[in-house]
Design a binder for this molecule. Structure first.
Ligand code: SF4
Length: 549
């Protein structure tokens, strides 16, 4: 069966805020200059927005620049005119901070479901003539003969069985050829991982740093007292993570009696027995949270990683024929706990660079390099420079953290050490440090869920008879080194119960994989202490089917 080839000016991989903002901006620039740009956006999710997950409190700065009339165009705003509250939690008490640092204020921002927001942005892109291909996973970057120039991407074959044989419904992937390819895959993109190795995009940069989040949308009862309270945005720190593990909780009120609730955990935690999902359950049981969600029911659950390394972890943002935007480019502002506006702005700046390059008929590195300069000179560059050592400071012991954060604030981000070094998250676990996990209490299947019920409520589906998308290069290590030194932490850090360690009749451990539960969060590839997991895109259209997260 012949592989189809389609040609575009620009191919964007990923229909998140960065990729969609880039596509809209490209179409705007085409209209302004009387040119025609053929733009294609390809995304592994079956529907637009179905793999997008964030808190999300959105700073509208980039949106206002991109679509000044966004309110009149049906932007799905859940709640605005937000009042913030920040609490420090101990196991059974909550202290409200009398003062909130200005960078954490949500005034002017709005709460949204990122799924709905991306579906809405996608509808605008489509109206403007962008070719949207949801349900197609880009699995390979195409290069020219030299291997140095990116000339497009190949989407994955469909209809291949577990052994790699063609089934009756086999369809070969499509080659999407482009003058410029934009990597907008989100955190730890599998396409960028391979392309970056070849093109040296992360050479000389600080390691990537990530946090992982479990999030739910809960429907509250009509008489919930929180519905009438002025604070719509609540952030917490302290319990259940304590002060040694970075991260914290959030509750954002949404429309229609719903609340978005989640726990974010720094993936540089050191305890191999630590389980982010259990900590999320503990967070929900804290009196401050439990009171607000009492009588509610979980509508949807999901999980995702966030790139928090920031300025010094950003890859080289351009290559011959390619640019990197959004979470793939580490544009999230960890200090402000916001990443949608920064991702969108990076996409818009990339679009402006591409439009100029296409007009000049040159899309090599010299023409695309301007994206980095544009980013540095924009408000995005300013935001990212101000927070350039923030996440790194949070990884320091609690006593010194305060001094680092204070000094950074007073010095516009420089602080006491600049750049402040960080280590790869996978290197943080302490071997042979085992403890029995504490119980998390009863799970009622309505408000307090086990992992599998959460997977069910995420709408996750994959074609069962396909090659496993989780590649474990050294499976023997799972039952030897990893079990002996870390007691198989994948069985705990994975929120989808994809990894299970079973006992064989002779008592030896054996790893069982349930790849169809995968929530596409990428935690396993990032946190595995032996770097023994590679997450690849499963067949296009598989994965979560989030609609309100
Ligand atoms: Fe996340 Fe990996 Fe588990 Fe999938 S298998 S849910 S990517 S940790």
């Amino acid at each position: 069966m012949e592989r189809e080839r389609l040609e575009f000016d620009v191919v964007i991989v990923g229909a998140g805020p960065a990729g969609l903002a880039a596509s809209i901006r490209l179409k705007q620039l085409a209209a302004e200059t009387g040119r025609e740009f053929e733009v294609c956006v390809v995304d592994k999710a079956a529907a637009l927005g179905a793999h997008s997950l964030s808190g999300a409190v959105i700073d509208p700065r980039a949106l206002q620049e991109l679509l000044p009339d966004f309110r009149h165009r049906g932007c799905p705003i859940e709640e605005e005119n937000l009042q913030d509250a920040v609490f420090y939690l101990t196991a059974d008490r909550a202290w409200r901070l009398p003062w909130i640092p200005p960078f954490l204020h949500s005034g002017g921002a709005f709460v949204a479901s990122l799924c709905r927001f991306c579906a809405w942005l996608g509808s605008i892109a489509e109206e403007m003539g962008v070719n949207l291909f949801p349900g197609f996973a880009a699995v390979e970057t195409l290069g020219d003969d030299s291997g140095r120039r990116v000339v497009g991407v190949r989407t994955g074959d469909k209809g291949v069985d577990k052994q790699g044989r063609r089934k009756g419904n086999f369809e070969p992937g499509v080659d999407l050829l482009a003058k410029v390819t934009v990597f907008a895959e989100g955190p730890r993109g599998s396409l960028l991982r391979e392309a970056a190795k070849r093109l040296g995009l992360f050479e000389g940069r600080m390691p990537q740093a990530f946090e992982t989040a479990v999030k739910e949308v809960i429907e509250l009862p009509e008489d919930s007292p929180w519905l009438g309270s002025p604070e719509a945005v609540i952030h917490t720190f302290g319990f259940p993570l304590g002060l040694r593990t970075k991260g914290g909780g959030f509750l954002y009120r949404m429309a229609e009696r719903r609340v978005s609730l989640g726990l974010v955990v720094g993936l540089d935690y050191t305890d191999p027995m630590f389980e982010p999902y259990e900590e999320f359950l503990r967070f929900k049981r804290h009196p401050l949270v439990a009171r607000r969600i009492a009588g509610g029911r979980v509508l949807q659950q999901g999980a995702k990683t966030l790139p928090v390394g920031g300025w010094y972890s950003m890859p080289r943002l351009f290559a011959d024929g390619a640019l990197v935007v959004g979470d793939s480019a580490c544009t999230l502002n960890a200090r402000r706990l916001k990443g949608v506006h920064t991702a969108m702005k990076s996409g818009m700046l990339a679009a402006e660079t591409i439009a100029e390059a296409l007009a000049a008929g040159a899309t090599g590195p010299a023409a695309l390099e301007g994206y980095r300069r544009r980013l540095e000179e924009s408000w995005l560059g300013e935001e990212l420079r101000e927070s350039r050592n923030f996440s790194q400071a949070l990884s320091r012991p609690p006593a010194s953290r305060v001094f680092h954060l204070g000094a950074q604030w007073l010095s516009g981000g420089r602080g006491l050490v600049d750049p402040m070094p960080i280590h790869e998250d996978c290197a943080a676990l302490k071997p042979r440090s085992f403890r029995e996990p504490a119980p998390v209490g009863d799970l009622d299947g309505t408000l307090y869920l086990d992992k599998l019920t959460g997977v069910y409520l995420s709408g996750t589906r994959h074609e069962e008879d396909q090659p496993c998308h989780l590649h474990i290069p050294r499976p023997d290590w799972c039952t030897t080194r990893c079990w002996e030194e870390y007691r198989s932490p994948c069985t705990r850090f994975c929120p989808g119960q994809v990894y299970e360690m079973k006992r064989q009749p002779d008592g030896r451990p054996q790893l069982k994989l349930n790849p169809s539960n995968c929530l596409h969060c990428k935690t396993c590839e990032i946190k595995d202490p032996l770097r023994n997991v590679l997450w690849n895109c499963p067949e296009g259209g598989g994965g979560p089917n989030w609609t309100i997260l």
